[in-house]
Design a binder for this molecule. Structure first.
Ligand SMILES: Nc1ncnc2c1ncn2[C@@H]1O[C@H](COP(=O)(O)OP(=O)(O)OP(=O)(O)O)[C@@H](O)[C@H]1O
Length: 235
């Protein structure tokens, strides 16, 4: 079976500078895959490459049978990938429900099934659906951002540091929501700073450093790898 998403030797960056050097990775359907590594390793950049936000100069990105390497983000969204950036990922002046509605910008007709699906995953949001998103806690805002992305029924969700700045309780809640999202048939590729916790929860992981692949394997294998532990997980 071929992977849902495959990056094959992707090289690229911003302007003329290459950040990623022949990065390869894949995500299978309904899999949770995490990218970890030190600051500046190129984790977010790899995710931006998938979403068409990078100058890719070498290699290829194939999603669900289509070579999407040079596609623009709006076309990638229509194809079934939604991206939740680390910052500025909600409309603060709008209610939760309005944020979800904005997420469904490509859909026409009745949105009630999409709302039901998102509110089932995020019951807290349903209760507060008329509340302004900007007044929510960091964890709740992250839920709004994820919920908005899910309004378009993606096959793959890209999450850039969804637990940044959250308490351990909210981090666990976000990870549990990721598992719930996966059980609805959606694969997830996420970047995480909390490497140990993320590897413990993800199906598989990739360690990037200096824009290159360093290690990959199941979360459990990477956690048990002495070199990974010493070099990237603080011993
Ligand atoms: N928009 C940009 N323009 C130019 N260079 C950028 C841009 N965004 C990131 N970079 C550079 O690309 C490199 C990789 O950054 P990236 O954000 O992908 O790293 P990261 O592994 O996600 O790190 P962090 O954990 O600190 O977010 C860094 O040297 C960074 O300064």
């Amino acid at each position: 079976m071929s992977a849902l998403l495959t990056l094959d030797a992707v090289t690229g960056g911003y302007g003329d500078t290459n950040i990623l050097q022949e990065v390869s990775m894949h995500v299978d359907a309904e899999e949770i895959v995490v990218i970890v590594g030190p600051n500046g390793a190129g984790k977010s950049t790899a995710m931006k490459a998938v979403f068409g936000l990078l100058n890719v100069r070498g290699g290829s990105i194939v999603f669900d049978g289509d070579n999407i390497t040079k596609w623009a983000p709006n076309r990638i969204v229509q194809r079934g990938i939604c991206y939740v950036p680390q910052v500025d990922n909600i409309f603060r002046e709008m209610s939760i429900q309005e944020n979800l509605e904005m997420g469904a910008f490509l859909k026409t007709g009745d949105l009630s099934a999409a709302y039901d699906c998102v509110y089932e995953l995020f019951p807290d949001l349903k209760e507060r659906r008329k509340t302004l998103a900007g007044s929510l806690s960091g964890g709740q805002r992250q839920m709004v951002a994820m919920g908005r992305a899910l309004m378009l029924d993606p096959k793959l969700l890209l999450l850039d540091e969804p637990t940044a700045g959250l308490s351990p309780r909210y981090m666990e809640q976000i990870f549990q929501i990721c598992r719930d999202v996966r059980s609805t048939g959606v694969a997830i590729l996420l970047v995480e700073q909390h490497a140990k916790q993320a590897l413990a929860f993800a199906d598989r992981g990739y360690v990037l450093a200096s824009g290159q692949n360093r290690h990959d394997g199941t979360g459990a294998d990477l956690l048990a790898d002495r070199e990974v532990a010493e070099m990237f997980l603080g011993g």
